[in-house]
Design a protein around this ligand. Structure first.
Ligand code: PGA
Length: 260
């Protein structure tokens, strides 16, 4: 297996207020102690609390990276309600999610916008987590691989092999997100292996081996280890369980324990 460092992210979505966000960050920084020696960890608070959480991470001397759940790809201007990459950089953000399924399927983001965001974030030298994954009806219709291949082709259009080094893929089957239904380790591994093959085909063997692919969708402390020990699963993107310090710590430690 290639020597890929695992990566675990906590996507807080539209949850937690100021004091809760600060307290969770402080507790997490303490509870994962030295785990960040062997796993990359990022957390994605809601926009209003990014600055506060950045301060808590700094005060705790934590290696946890600050990430944003979304942004707009234009540098500035008349885009009411939107937040730019330079604004995010200003408050300490170094990692951005792009194309999360809730953005795609609840808010209505399409592939072109997702691609614009990927390109803008890479231009801004941010680390990018590109989220892809099929809906239940697509899986049942046997379209899982086709959907993942298409979302990769659109999402990564115009991304050079060099820029790809700053990209992580999050495979998140939509039917598994927030539902308590996790893909079996075998189904997740099959999708991850397919995704790695697509990246290899789009770039080259080295790029396919090097790219990190997180699994997301109802990852918990109790199922993290069996998922993360699959050969093509390089950690996870965690929603609900990232709001609980004990669960999220167990998940991070499960990733840190996987031999690379
Ligand atoms: P979940 O969310 O862990 O609550 O299923 C995962 C995600 O949306 O990234």
């Amino acid at each position: 297996m290639a020597n890929r460092r695992p990566i675990v992210g906590g996507n807080w979505k539209m949850n937690l207020h100021h004091d809760e966000a600060a307290a969770l960050t402080e507790q997490l920084a303490k509870s994962i102690d030295g785990s960040t020696d062997s796993v990359d960890v990022f957390i994605c608070p809601a926009f209003p609390y990014l600055h506060k959480v950045y301060g808590v991470l700094k005060d705790s001397h934590s290696q946890i990276k600050l990430a944003a759940q979304d942004f707009y790809h234009q540098p500035n201007g008349a885009f009411t309600g939107e937040v730019s990459l330079s604004m995010l950089k200003d408050v300490g953000v170094g990692v951005v999610l792009v194309g999360h399924s809730e953005r795609r399927h609840v808010i209505g983001e399409g592939d072109v916008l997702v691609n614009n965001k990927v390109l803008a974030a890479l231009d801004a030298n941010m680390d990018v987590v590109l989220c892809i994954g099929e809906k239940l009806e697509q899986r049942e219709a046997g379209q899982t691989n086709a959907i993942n291949a298409a979302q990769l082709a659109y999402g990564l259009a115009g991304v050079s092999a060099e820029q790809l080094e700053k990209v992580t893929i999050a495979y998140e089957p939509v039917w598994a997100i927030g539902t308590g239904k996790t893909a079996t380790p075998e189904d997740a591994q099959a999708a991850h292996s397919f995704i790695r093959g697509v990246v290899t085909g789009m770039y080259n063997f080295e790029a396919g081996e090097a790219i990190r692919i997180q699994y997301g969708g109802s990852v918990k402390g109790s199922n993290a280890a069996e998922l993360f020990t699959q050969p093509d699963i390089d950690g996870g993107l965690i929603g609900g369980a990232s709001l609980k310090v004990d669960d999220f710590t167990t998940i991070i430690k499960a990733a840190a324990a996987v031999p690379v």
